[in-house]
Design a protein around this ligand. Sequence first.
Ligand SMILES: NC(=O)c1ccc[n+]([C@@H]2O[C@H](COP(=O)([O-])OP(=O)(O)OC[C@H]3O[C@@H](n4cnc5c(N)ncnc54)[C@H](O)[C@@H]3O)[C@@H](O)[C@H]2O)c1
Ligand SMILES: [Zn+2]
Length: 690
Amino acid sequence: MTISNHTVPNLWDNAVAETLDEAGQLLYRSNLLGADLRITNFGGGNTSAKIDTPDPLTGKPVTVLWVKGSGGDLGSMKLDGFATLYLDKLESLKSLYSRLDQEDEMVHKLNHCTFNANPRAASIDTCLHGYVPHRHVDHVHSDAVIAIAASKDAERLTYEIFGDEIGFLPWQRPGIDLGIKLGEMAKANPNYVGVVLGSHGLFTWGPDSKSCYETTLRIINKAADWLGHNSAKPAFGGSTVADLGEAARKDAAIRLLPEIRGRIARDEFKVGHFTDSPEVLEFVNSNQLTELAPLGTSCPDHFLRTKIRPLVVPADASSADLGRLIEAYRKDYAGYYDRCKHANSPAMRDPNPVIYLVPGVGMMSFARDKATARIASEFYVNAINVMRGASGVSEYRGLPEQEAFNIEYWLLEEAKLQRMPKPKSLAGRIAFITGGAGGIGAAIAAKLLSEGACVTIADIDAAALEQTSAAFAKDFGKDSIHSVVMDVTSEEAVVDAFRSAVLRFGGMDIVVNNAGIALPAPVEDTSLEIWNRQSAILGTGYFLVGREGFRLLKRQNMGGSMVFICSKNAIVASAGASAYGAIKAAELHLARCMALEGAPMGIRVNVVNPDAVLRGTKLMQGDWRKQRAESLKIRPDELEEHYRKRSLLQRSVFPEDIAEGVYFFASDMSSKSTGNYLNVDAGHVASFTR
Ligand SMILES: NC(=O)c1ccc[n+]([C@@H]2O[C@H](COP(=O)([O-])OP(=O)(O)OC[C@H]3O[C@@H](n4cnc5c(N)ncnc54)[C@H](O)[C@@H]3O)[C@@H](O)[C@H]2O)c1
Ligand SMILES: [Zn+2]
């Protein structure tokens, strides 16, 4: 694998561009650039245009800098993602600025340059765009260009590869000072089409959107081609660890993920991500892993997401080894913080590693939600690409520790973190719900997802599962939902489903036993088959899922919550459903026994008892409804009303009501409750707890 295979294609379509005004073309170009991760990483880079516009107050023509604002992503941004500033006011900032320690103050002054009361905050790269004397400017974090920028002899390589069309500026944190230097370099060298920023990325420019876009692509492809032709092969000095093969890689990941999570997610719950893609394996199995990994990432964007360096974990690390390795990493991180901190630095943040490299296995990452963990992993792949390129033609250089710290703990970065919305109540939690494609199961999944949890829905009905998970992906994003076809009566299927959930999310906090059927019949008409089927799904199924969940929670060693959906029938005898009721009672008792065994490990097991949930359920369709109606001597469509009137509160019970009960037991609100049951049945004196 070499970077030269990664030629970035030109996707510009004149037919589309011609229909757009200048700002529209800027957006079009931005979306094209951001859609390809080899051009720029998620959320990285920015674009700009200087556009002549009548001033909304005076009507006089002014030049406005449109530049991607703080936050957001080039690939998916809309027009409102651009900050707009009066270019002449931005110019006048230069006269207020004289010393480096005024840089942060200058960022606040950017607000005074705002055009048209645009609320989008300007980013720290604004001056770099504004001071380049060309109408259209791109800034991207391309792997191929950063590979050159992060080489020991970055400057020499830049001039060797690009001749006299690209300049070079050594590493400096972005701000007005770097903006002034970049502008002066561009002005003094009219032949330049761009500048490589040491350890950081690329600036390119042009007179219009199309030419700017094409220049950006041309320079990236030139860098990639040059690296491809000049890199030492094999990459990273070849491999030193044999590939374990896919099955063994997955086994190792499934063993390690929950154990790592149990050690790092105690203060803040975290979700994991695993990849064993070819480029990751090439790096983690390589000779140079031990030498390159400790150097850390180079581009500021990379280490903000991945932390300054990853943790290397041997595939066969025992639990005790993991403990030692992670503890040593935390100490090392605290040491870095203490060495580099300034008097006004924000307090030390979470000292746990984000990226875990496992030779022979792949890479794991952990963050406060699935998307953040996935993106951290993608960023480290960018970093691997950079290290491959740099070490193939020169010597790779990470950013000096103090510079990395100054970015990571920059007060402006801290302010950005403080502006982030408060996490939801189940953020970072991971749930597993059986019968998740059914009425009550899907309502539980929706509730937990809406509170920020990641959810695996497991069900025997593949078609319903697909439909339900597609709907959840639309409502809550693809990252948080996972589905697996599973028959709760099969030991093998249950074990596999938990493995699949662990591989997807890295661990488990909440297990909901819910999959069920109901085959009502008077006792003398209850065939052995009817008994056995209900026994298998409601009895054996709850046992298998409960046992597997219990084993996983115990291994992860951070407590957890199991919720069993039983039934009013578990506590109240009811005619015509003796098998169902008896086995529901067994579920209830199983939950209590497990509560007893789980308590020493903080594993709570509680029960929710629904009654007469007709809307949305498949359970009440067909025979059950007909049979109930017959025995009550009413029409099947009168059942809802019958059940409502039968309840003390005279209200119908819906799947969402059951989900609220599950949410209570799944969340910390019930952290002092175990072995309990909650009736959600609109009130029945027979099922009152006693
Ligand atoms: N609906 C009610 O009034 C009511 C009352 C008391 C208890 N309950 C209990 O609530 C739970 C959910 O019921 P619901 O009303 O949502 O019913 P539902 O039929 O809508 O959902 C049950 C889900 O379980 C799945 N399932 C069935 N057999 C399975 C198997 N072998 N492996 C995996 N999945 C399987 C089904 O495909 C379905 O998606 C059940 O345990 C039920 O006994 C329901
Ligand atoms: Zn940048």
